[in-house]
Design a protein around this ligand. Sequence first.
Ligand code: GLC
Length: 471
Amino acid sequence: MWWEDAVVYQIYPRSFQDSDGDGVGDLRGISRRLDYLAWLGVDAFWLSPIYPSPLADFGYDVSDYTDVDPQQGSLDDVDALFAGAHERGLRVLLDLIPSHTSIEHPWFREHPDWYIWSPIDGPPNNWVAAFGGSTWSRDERSGRWYLHSFYPEQADLDWRNPEVVRAMQSVVRFWLDRGADGFRLDAIDRMVKDVELRDEPPAAVPFPLPLHPDAAVLDRRHSVGQPEVVDALRAIREAAGDALLVGEVFEPASGCARYLEVVDLVFSFELLFSPWEADQLRAAIEPAAELGRFAWVMSNHDFDRLATRVGPENLRAAAVLLLTLPGAAFVYQGDELGQPNGPGADPPYDRAGRDGLRHPLAWDASSSGGFTTGTPWLAVLEPAERNVESQRSDPASLLALYRRLLELRRRLGAGFQFVDSEPGVLAYERGDHVVAVNTTAKQREAPKGELLLTTHEGPELPPHAAQIVRK
Ligand code: GLC
């Protein structure tokens, strides 16, 4: 399948390229920049949500699944974008949000039975929402309490209701008919809940991925990851045919087998959260690599940017790691330039504090970075320091390294095996190549073979460097 070792570039549409001067990125802007993605050498791109939305969760609160937010453009713009992408051999993934809609989606009023309601006048259990607080809120109009796994503005759909299943299947068909090549499926571990709405017991052991402190004290066995999620996903698969389905499952690899019965790939959150330390990286990678069908990812629009997470000194080695692991990988827009977390907005747009991860991409050194002719909705960070134009013409830039890796990764060969190495060095074989990543600030022994790529010049394996050799 085309996606098995694909590199997918995540576009955050509001922050990629504005075409009409309103300061917000849009679909025409993306169309204008397709040559950049083709030049970079990615196989596909994923668009974070483009649907109409009241923006309580910046598009993840959908009020119409089969239209486009007017700020983003129109369905005609989608058609043009898909056509432009396909002409360049790029595939397009949309973000599908199956577990909840905006409370402003007409379904919430027209079909209240498509949602999950408390049987009593108040929260029926102790479940905690992803951003903290109870998962239950009172609907002022009906006086009843509805379930929301995320913000109160995002009411959870009831996937046990066959009408919900059919409605979402037609959404899937709608976009595939228009030319989408697949979907990133949002928060699928939240799609189905315990039918009896039982209380969560206290957590006996800490959950291996970061949770909001309110949620971390609970063992979320009833509100997350129910076995029936497989049926819900099968319904999506039935509509999707062999289109790519990439699941966002907020679980370690050990909790993902159930989802992989149906979806093609799931994200490796253990890698995303791993400290930049060889043994911990290996522990994060090994179980996912053994299971296969993990999409490697090191940052996205929800968690720290890569430059901030690993530090600027390790950015080059992190690029080598991300793009030489076996299988598919996702690159979040701006990481290829080394964009760090920014200050966000004051007052913040996102109540969960994620604005700083979503600053617009800088295309050139001008004050708004070529992102917009107007006032950007979030500041463009230091465009003179870091932009596509200058890095494109500099063979020593991080962007140039990404491009080289995107080309080189196709020649690495099959197979994947960790090899013994000095402390602090992560080393593995891919085909007849060895990749060595030095996570320390000390020089280490270079891998043996013909040097194809090094991130740093110097003897042996320099501090913070990664190398690829042919044996
Ligand atoms: C996913 C998205 C995140 C959103 C949440 C609720 O985790 O990546 O941005 O807030 O789902 O839809």
